[in-house]
Ligand binder design. Structure first.
Ligand SMILES: *[C@@H]1O[C@H](CO)[C@@H](O)[C@H](O)[C@H]1NC(C)=O
Length: 432
C-alpha cells in the first residue's frame, strides 16, 4: 500500500491524470477485479477538486457515489463471549501477542482493544491529578494577575475523562471559560461573513453607543467590533510562556513543566516520573447554547471562534449506548486508536469518527456486543463513502462539512487505505 500510494503520488506530479488513472486501475484490478475497477475508473474522473466548506444543498453536479461502495464481506457471525473489556478496561494492559489465525474479526478487535487501548489505572489517575493541580495553579495565577477579567472555573476535558477516544494518559484539555455579558455581546454566524463557513462564529460587541468601550472587561480584546480570539490567544500565550513561574510550580508538584513556545496552541508539556503529559489550554465561550473555542483557522481571517460539539458528541454516544447496551464507545475507541496511530488516517480520529457513528446510529441497527465486528466493518464502509464525496456532514448541523479542511491528496489516501481495509480490516489492526 505504501508503495501504491507513493507511486501514485509521484506519478500525479510527473505526468498528470491519465497516468494516475492507469496506475490506479492497474492496482484496482488486483484488488477489485475488472468490474470494480471499471466503476472506480468512472468515479476517479469525477472526484471533486475542491472540497466545499459546506455540503452542497442540491443534488446537481455530484460525483457518482458508488465507486467505493465495496461489497460487504460476510463477517463471521459466530458470537464471541469473551466477557467484554469494552465497558471497563483492565487495570494493566496485556502484553501484545499476535493473535493466532483462527480468530474471528470480532476476537481480533477485542484483542487489539485490550492490548493497545487501555491505560494502566495508576498512570491515568496520576495524569489527572497532575492536570488538576496545574489547573488550580493556573486559576490562582489568573485570579491574582488579572482580577478584572471574569474567567470562569477552569475544567478538564478530553478522551481520558470522557472515554471516547484513545484512552491514552498523554493528553488533556484544559478549558478556560470566558464569561461574557449577554447584553453586550452577540453571535454572528460565520456563514453570513466572508469566511462562509458554518463551523465558525464571530462574537460582536453590541450597543457600543449606549455602553461605550470599557463597559465590558473583555473590550480590550476587541478588534473592529468583534471579540478577537487571536488577541486573547496572544495575551494568554504571553502569560503562559513569560509570566508564569513554571519551574516553581513544577517543583511544587514534583514535576517538570514547560510551556511550548512555538506551538499554535496554548500548550504545556509536563513530565512526572515516566509520565509525559501534554496539556492544551482552550479559551471557551458559552453563549446562546453554543460552545465556542478560541481556535481560529490558520492564516487569513482573524477573530473567529470555532463551534465545538465535543460535549454533545460525547453525551449523545453515551446516551445511545446506555439505551441499548451498545458498543459504540468501544468501537470508537478501537477506530480512534487505529486512526490516531496511522500516518495516513490520523486526521480522522476524534470528532469525525464520532459523527460517523452517530449517523450510523440513526439507522436502527444492532449495536450489541456480538455485532462489534459487523458495525466496525460497516463504519469503515461508511467512512469510505463520505471520503468519496469529500463531505462528512456534522450530525448536529448538516451544513457543516467536517472534511472541509482536508486536502484532496489526504482524502484520496485515506479513501484507498480504508477501501482496502473494508475487505481486510486486519490491515488496520497490524499498524502501530
Ligand atoms: C497564538 O499566539 C501565539 C503567539 O503570538 C502564536 O504563535 C500562535 O500561532 C497563536 N495561535 C493561534 C491559533 O492563532
Amino acid at each position: 500500500m505504501a508503495e501504491f500510494t507513493r507511486q501514485r503520488g509521484k506519478r500525479q506530479e510527473d505526468s498528470g491524470l491519465g497516468n494516475v488513472l492507469d496506475l490506479l486501475l492497474a492496482n484496482a484490478r488486483l484488488v477489485l477485479g475488472v468490474t470494480g475497477a471499471a466503476v472506480l475508473a468512472i468515479a476517479t474522473l469525477a472526484v471533486k477538486r475542491v472540497r466545499p466548506a459546506q455540503p452542497p444543498s442540491g443534488l446537481g453536479g455530484h460525483a457518482p457515489q458508488n465507486w467505493l461502495a465495496a461489497p460487504r464481506l460476510s463477517v463471521s457471525r459466530k458470537p464471541t463471549r469473551l466477557s467484554l473489556v469494552c465497558s471497563a478496561p483492565p487495570e494493566t494492559p496485556r502484553v501484545e501477542s499476535s493473535p493466532p489465525h483462527c480468530l474471528t474479526l470480532q476476537e481480533k478487535l477485542l484483542s487489539h482493544y485490550s492490548s493497545w487501548l487501555t491505560v494502566p489505572e495508576t498512570q491515568a489517575s496520576v495524569a489527572l491529578q497532575l492536570a488538576r493541580s496545574i489547573c488550580t495553579q493556573l486559576q490562582n495565577f489568573l485570579r491574582s494577575k488579572c482580577p478584572e477579567l471574569p474567567f470562569g472555573s477552569l475544567f478538564l476535558s478530553g478522551p481520558l475523562l470522557d472515554g471516547l477516544g484513545v484512552l491514552a494518559a498523554d493528553h488533556i484539555h484544559l478549558m478556560l471559560p470566558v464569561v461574557l455579558d449577554a447584553a453586550l455581546w452577540s453571535l454572528i454566524p460565520g456563514e453570513d461573513t466572508v469566511v462562509r463557513n458554518p463551523q465558525y462564529w464571530l462574537i460582536k460587541r453590541t450597543d457600543l453607543e449606549y455602553f461605550p468601550r470599557g463597559r465590558s472587561p473583555w473590550d480590550r480584546f476587541m478588534v473592529g467590533r468583534y471579540l478577537s480570539s487571536n488577541a486573547l490567544n496572544e495575551t494568554l500565550h504571553k502569560m503562559l510562556v513569560a509570566s508564569i513561574n513554571w519551574p516553581a510550580i513544577g517543583s511544587l508538584l514534583g514535576s517538570v513543566i514547560h510551556p511550548v513556545v512555538a506551538s499554535q496552541e496554548l500548550k504545556l508539556e509536563v513530565k512526572y516520573d515516566q509520565i509525559k503529559l501534554s496539556i492544551t489550554l482552550f479559551p471557551v465561550v458559552e453563549m446562546e447554547d453554543k460552545v465556542l473555542l478560541a481556535a481560529p483557522p490558520e492564516g487569513l481571517v482573524e477573530n473567529l471562534w470555532l463551534e465545538s460539539f465535543y460535549r454533545a458528541e460525547v453525551s449523545k454516544v453515551k446516551e445511545l449506548d446506555a439505551g441499548d447496551s451498545g458498543v459504540r464507545q468501544c468501537c470508537l475507541r478501537i477506530l480512534n486508536g487505529v486512526c490516531k496511530s496511522h500516518p495516513a488516517l490520523h486526521k480522522l480520529s476524534g470528532s469525525p469518527l464520532t459523527h460517523v457513528v452517530l449517523h450510523l446510529s440513526a439507522a436502527s441497527l444492532d449495536w450489541a456486543e456480538e455485532s462489534l465486528a459487523d458495525r466496525f466493518q460497516q463504519l469503515l464502509e461508511e467512512l469510505v463513502g463520505y471520503l468519496e464525496k469529500g463531505v462528512l456532514p456534522s450530525y448536529f448541523n448538516p451544513k457543516i462539512n467536517l472534511f472541509c479542511e482536508l486536502l484532496e491528496e489526504e482524502i484520496d489516501e485515506m479513501g484507498f487505505m480504508l477501501y482496502r481495509a473494508v475487505s481486510e480490516p486486519e490491515l488496520l489492526l497490524k499498524e502501530k
